[in-house]
Ligand binder design. Structure first.
Ligand code: SF4
Ligand code: SF4
Length: 309
């Protein structure tokens, strides 16, 4: 019997069990990673973005177009076309890419840190909002409802500028939501109440319903976690079809590559094992859960942290 180390073999765990896998069911959300460059360098950024990390390069409109065409030609009814980074508003083509996506008449969600960079697009965003209304959705990441904890993660002088931009976006009628975080010792209910109080105190007129606030648990990516075997589904009482990679895919372009590639999800950006093809149709296949993030973030953590930025 061959002995494998943890996470070494695609099909077999170190305990020699068959590795857990997730079947593709249908495409609900197509993510584009617009590039890993970010104007911030958050301490626990799962994709290791910062002002120097360009391992995933900026997507161009030409990179995105074939995937939008594939959706249109097949008449797939997606819930969302979504954009993450890095900071999407650093990408020089972002407005053209958003407009091309909005033309499909599918809701478009953009994750942003709303810290400074987005402001360079104010006029163009207002024009997109005027034309497409609520189809364009922006989700702003706030690590906490207190400035102190948010800035501990995101750096000094990031809280007020983000909240100022958030207020401007709400006042201009944009369809806004918050990606928040609850601390290890804090219930998600307490966190939700804290975010609402923050908005009320700043006179920001937005009711944080379930659709408007997503609270993720605090994550520590470096923690050791067990592998996922096919037995886990029954033991944990969960279904493989509940995992994000059953209904989502992400397009990235690696530095030095001439074309983008389709990945299983937003969480595992650098491991080439999770590359599933160059077209969406090619990517509609089983995903073997051969990465610690599969256990930590999805199967054991139960978190869909694709919505963080
Ligand atoms: S990390 Fe990605 S590939 Fe792994 S289970 Fe989660 S969604 Fe699927
Ligand atoms: S968490 Fe978001 S804002 Fe922070 S470095 Fe990563 S991509 Fe940038």
């Amino acid at each position: 019997m061959t002995a494998y180390k943890k996470w070494e073999n695609l099909y077999t765990t170190a305990k020699n069990d068959e590795r857990g896998k997730v079947p593709f069911t249908h495409l609900k959300t197509l993510w584009f990673n617009t590039g890993t460059l970010c104007n911030l360098a958050c301490e626990n950024c799962y994709i290791e973005s910062n002002p120097k990390n360009d391992r995933l390069t900026y997507l161009s409109l030409a990179d995105v177009t074939p995937y939008l065409a594939e959706i249109r030609e097949n008449q797939w009814q997606l819930d969302n076309i979504a954009f993450t980074g890095g900071e999407p508003f650093l990408n020089p083509a972002i407005i053209d890419i958003l407009e091309a996506s909005l033309k499909l008449n599918i809701p478009v969600l953009v994750l942003t840190n709303a810290h400074k960079v987005i402001k360079r697009w104010e006029k163009k965003l207002l024009a997109l909002h005027e034309k497409y209304g609520d189809l364009l959705r922006l989700r702003v990441s706030l690590d906490h409802y207190t400035s102190a904890v948010h800035e501990q993660e995101r750096g000094e002088n990031t809280f007020d500028s983000t909240m100022g931009t958030f207020k401007w976006l709400v006042e201009n009628g944009f369809n806004m939501s918050i990606a928040g975080r609850s601390l290890t010792k804090e219930s998600s209910e307490k966190a939700s109440a804290g975010y609402q109080k923050l908005l009320d105190d700043l006179n920001i007129k937005l009711q944080l319903t379930d659709q408007k606030l997503v609270v993720f648990p605090e994550m520590k990516p470096q923690e050791d976690v067990p592998e996922i075997s096919i037995n886990c589904w029954q033991i944990l009482g969960i279904s493989p079809k509940d995992q994000m990679c059953s209904t989502e895919r992400m397009i990235v372009k690696r530095k030095g590559q001439d074309k983008p590639v389709v990945l299983s999800c937003t969480l595992i950006a650098y491991d080439e094992t999770f590359e599933l093809g160059h077209t969406l149709k090619e990517s509609f296949k089983d995903v073997h859960l051969n990465h610690p993030f599969c256990a930590k973030f999805c199967v054991l953590g139960g978190a869909s942290c694709s919505s963080t930025s």
